[in-house]
Ligand binder design. Sequence first.
Ligand code: SF4
Ligand code: SF4
Length: 434
Amino acid sequence: MAQASVKTVFDDMETLKRELIRCMKCGNCMSVCPIYNVEKKEASVARGKIALGEAVLKDEIDIDDETLVKLIFNCLVCKSCMMACPSGVRFDRIILGLRSAIVKKKGLPFVKKALFGLLKNPELFDKGMKAFAAMQGFFLKSEGHKKRKPKGFLKTINPRLDEKFIVPELSKESFRDKVKEKIEAKDPQCTAIFFTGCSVNYLYPEVGDDLIYVLQRNNTTVITPKNQNCCGMPVMVHGDIESARELAKRNIDAFEKSNAQYIITVCGSCGSALKHEYPIILEGTDYEEKAKKWAEKVYDISSFLLKVIKFEKPKGKVELKVTYHDSCHLKKSMKVFNEPRQLIKMIPGITLLEMKKPDACCGSGGSYHLTHSNTALKISKSKIDDIKTTEADAVCTGCPACMMELFEGLHRFGGNCKVIHTVSLLAQSYRAEN
Ligand code: SF4
Ligand code: SF4
């Protein structure tokens, strides 16, 4: 595969200097970093990691030093620090640049290498997910409708997988298998690609159904390309930039086959990858222009409905007290936070009750909740406590990964709240009209 001809922060540590020098060591990031909030260590926060990056560039520490590697991977990449930074430090570039340099020098650990290799082979990945769905009973016991708990032996592999852990059941049929590739609207306002992401495809197909229903109600023709694959965010945050580039290019090839004007996402991380990361990781490659072109067409469903098309207000009553959790990547990367609230407030019967810190990270961080479970559990508990003080019946969010984490946190720390995606709440209101 052709390498990028431009040296990005992912390819050349020296280019990180221009980001590192912007940090004026003010420490503002400490007040918002969920990890620092729990661990109270300088190395947990952006400023400490920037100091580590500087030390690497001065040849004071090796990039593959074991302690350094542990510290650099102790970050949720939640971007909260970037929101609080007066110098506009692009900490996401710094942390991913450092991780990429680590992977280039050390290679990927065996498990990640195997998993990412599978992810890069969409057909094999799809077969693997379906095989796992069929055999999930060997690892996970049923805990009522579409809920699963780990069997006892898994706790010995990872302490987080204890008796309080719970996950949604893996769907035996993926969303993309069952949905028609093109669903024409009667009098279409436009044509949009639905980028499902892996979570909706395998874990929350009902969110996909709700998205299609909402778009049909809003006269949008929907194309769900069968050959789309993972957005690449999971491999990118682990420093595997070459795999991320490969996945990005394949997705762009899938988009190019359509005549769609827009791409719609229901996941903050997928949206952020397509809109903000693809143009950067593909800079200097023959996909640069295509990545920029498609990035401009990417919208989260809530901003698509309110800002792009003529939106039909929902009229069906949904009697519910709802609180809204801001997914980190949806708010801090895609800057979408007003639109979901506007949509929720439009639904007759709904009362929106805000948490004290609705944009505090839920502790998921992709796989962070499994790799750093002690810290992640404390972050999760703060979130759940905040949700409980609102006395809401449901917590709504715009990201399937947050849905999983909130679902697990509510089960673990107690709470009668349901977890629901914003688009599902909207679909519920439309359906209630009938
Ligand atoms: S990205 Fe999040 S976890 Fe990482 S240093 Fe910044 S605030 Fe802390
Ligand atoms: S807030 Fe920004 S400038 Fe201040 S220490 Fe953190 S990263 Fe550096």
